[in-house]
Design a protein around this ligand. Structure first.
Ligand SMILES: Nc1nc2c(c(=O)[nH]1)N[C@H]1C(S)=C(S)[C@@H](COP(=O)(O)O)O[C@H]1N2
Ligand SMILES: [Mo]
Length: 340
């Protein structure tokens, strides 16, 4: 008897979303008028971006002129590891499609802790504190404990990878992530042989993330996800610390997030605070909410949609183009063997 009532949100294919060109023109227009803000966007008072204005690396260092008090879209990140960027690009991971425009990626996010509106996450992360940040490592490993994320990142082999990124809503982007292989972290903490799954848990801070309170309290926060051990050890499984050659803006899941490009985007938990090594297959956030629609594996598959809409094609955000979806999001060479 689930008593959870959730607005449709991202479960819907995003055919209702405003096409990007229209959206961005509207935004630029509002900016020019200098009226883009809480009132203009109709954000509920109290949880809006006002409190976050001026936060971020260098304030409103936006690409647009005259942004006034708006929070920065692109530089909404902690600068304590800025010296590590840009990291050297790993040539094994290149793409046959254009990279998504940075501003498009930074203003079209799924991060339900803040809002269910993809175009507003970046404006609602102002209160979200990403430094200091510690990660608890627990369960079946040799070195459980609490790690300072910024110390940890300095010990990891940072590199840049160009990855496709595919949401179950049937939109896709292509972005340059910076980070390190998940296997490097696992080797660092020494995973025990008995461990069969790895769990990822995101933060719980209703005071900083508006949708963990208010209307969003029906969600089973904090966000939680998991992988099988062989998936986690695959070289594609990546821990993201940055994007577009700089640290991750908060809306992309600072300071540390998972990236599993052969799976639908909801597998890649953002802003992780805890990692556990366990023996039993863990439940996952969206599976708990809609068991029939969001399975554990959630590999990208054009022919077998488990949600009520088709996965046959995907829309490349920022372009208006639709292209056929590829099995494992085009990463079969790396991962098909895991599912043989
Ligand atoms: N903690 C947390 N992680 C999350 C989500 C979320 O709502 N909360 N959304 C997921 C979904 S559905 C997608 S598509 C990606 C979006 O990542 P991006 O905004 O950096 O593109 O993050 C995933 N990780
Ligand atoms: Mo998604």
């Amino acid at each position: 008897m689930p008593s959870i009532i959730i607005p449709p949100g991202w479960r819907l294919p995003d055919r209702e979303a405003t096409p990007e060109p229209v959206y961005f023109n509207r935004r630029r227009f509002l900016k020019q008028l200098g009226i883009l803000g809480l009132g203009a966007l109709g954000v509920a008072a109290g949880c809006g971006p006002a409190s976050g204005r001026g936060e971020g690396a260098s304030g409103a260092a936006d690409t647009g002129a005259g942004t006034g008090g708006l929070p920065s879209k692109l530089e909404n990140y902690d600068t304590s590891t800025l010296d590590l960027y840009p990291a050297k690009r790993n040539p094994e991971f290149t793409l046959h499609r254009a990279l998504t425009d940075e501003e498009v990626a930074a203003t079209y996010n799924n991060f339900y802790e803040f809002t269910e509106k993809k175009d507003m996450v970046w404006e609602l992360v102002g209160k979200f504190e990403v430094n200091p940040w510690s990660i608890e490592v627990a369960g079946l490993c040799d070195k459980p404990g609490t790690y300072d994320v910024y110390d940890l990142v300095r010990k990891m082999p940072l590199e840049e990878r160009l990855y496709r990124h595919r949401c179950v809503e049937a939109w896709a982007m292509a972005v340059p992530w910076t980070g390190f292989p998940l296997s490097a972290l696992m080797n660092h903490v020494g995973v025990k042989d008995e461990a069969r799954f790895i769990r990822f848990i995101s933060f719980l801070r209703p005071d900083q993330a508006p949708n963990q309170g208010g209307a969003g309290t029906n969600y089973p926060w904090p966000y939680f996800e998991a992988l099988r051990m062989d998936e986690a050890m695959n070289e594609l499984a990546f821990m993201g610390t940055g994007i577009y050659g700089h640290p991750l803006p908060k809306q992309h899941g600072a300071p540390l997030r998972l990236i599993t490009p052969w799976k639908y985007g909801y597998k890649s938990a953002k802003s992780i605070v805890r990692i556990e090594f366990v023996t039993e297959q863990p439940d996952t956030f969206w599976h708990k909410l809609y068991p029939a629609q969001y399975g554990f594996l959630s590999n990208v598959d054009p022919d077998h949609a488990t949600v009520p809409w088709s996965q046959a094609t995907e829309r490349l955000i920022g372009t208006g183009n639709h292209v056929p979806t590829r099995l494992y999001n085009g990463y079969g060479e790396w991962v098909a063997k895991l599912y043989a």
